[in-house]
Design a protein. Sequence first.
Length: 514
Amino acid sequence: MTSPDLIVVNAPIWDGHARDKDAVAVAAGRIIDTGSSRSMLTLSGDDTKIIDAGGRRLMPGLIDSHLHLVRAGRTWDVEVRWDDHRSLSEALDAITQRAGMVGPEAWVAVMGGWHPMQFEQSTGPTRADLDRAAPNNPVFVQRAYAESFVNTRAATMMGWSEREAPGGRVSHPAHMAALRARMAVDEVDEAMSGTRRLLRELNALGLVGAIDASGFGITSASYDAFLRLFAEGERGFRARLLLGAARPGSEMDDMREWTSRISLDWGDDFIRYLGAGEVLDYGAHDLEGLAPKDIRERAQDLKDISFFLAERGWPVQAHSILDTSIGVLIDAWEGIDRSALSRLRFSICHADQIGAENLHRVRDLGLGVTIQNGMSMRGMDCAPTWGDQKILTSPPLRSMLDLGIPLAAGTDGTVACYYNPWRCISWMVTGESIDGSPPRVEEQRLSRDEALGLYTSGSAWFSFEEETRGNLARGSHADMIVLSEDPLKVGTERIAGIASVLTIVGGEITHNTL
């Protein structure tokens, strides 16, 4: 037998549950065995690299089932991120620092991934705050898809009156889109740099792969930098790409173009196309679910697009948050042959407000659900229309698992929510939200093992890779992480702060602070 390339020892293993093993051996990018440190060391050869994890927990690398990688990577180098700031003054300092780097008149932006309640002051920035932070730069700070805050210079450059941006706040979707357009990156090299840095930051959190959810306005050109990065040798992350409609009113034409031009057989173990999503039809997209939306008039279009994709053997993951929207989506899929739905693993993204009747319909049709922790940041925003009781059970994680519905976890980062997977895992376990809404009911929380499972084997199922990813079985890809703290033992209040101290993808070290 060939000697391992790498052995990690003194690393208690979790692989679906805690095991009586503390070492793993890797050769040619695959797991060749797990066992005791003593037994694995007997396999070593002269060229085997041996890493002592010092008793820290080792587990399969995390996989985000719904992350906006392509979009985020394009602007990662030009954004200011507030995800980890705990005071507003510290966050504003980051804007000042960025302004100093880019010079006067250049735009400075925070493009989501934060909430006012994360700050000690429990408040977001005012126009005066942003004016003081960067008086010579146009600045906007976007909170999810709900609102943006602009300074005086930004409002002036956009030509907005006080009526259009009262107190420096804008919430109209067109205005927010116009602000984001100011940060567009056209240079492929610059977008590649941002994407590379994003992937390394994800590695540091323990993420080894993700399903990219596409999103509004993502066109063929949007993928240029991402595809080139992998073509030039990116091997520290596994990306599975969904392809969605880019043009409102031309959704079927977009899908025809994708299916005629893209082969789902293209790619390798690191990058490949997965199917269609998350936007099938713009009129059927219920946004963040903050307000009621009747999509029944889009039912036929949704059905036509879904049938078209199923006939061509394309898996589908479709965005739907409100229970009424989910009902229309399921109606559109009920006419598709059930064996095809199961074989293609048609799935719903989010499903936050799903009710008991639609849960059973999902189970009966063999559909999957990818859930995200967006409700941890918008429960209070949803309460006025959903009701206080509904936000305590949304999404109904325990009910989904008990019904045997295939389930995976993710963040929907980087605008709608934090991209840190441990915050999502913490939310699934504790039910605690960041936005001030009350904790989710205990009956809809998960155990630590279950939450970790949704980020490993659960996510691998949605890309048809449950046999080779999300586990440490012999022959599986050697994608694994050693953690700063043990998620099975640490106090629940510390789960969100866990990170990776050693990340390995395909047997190669991509992050190491051991």
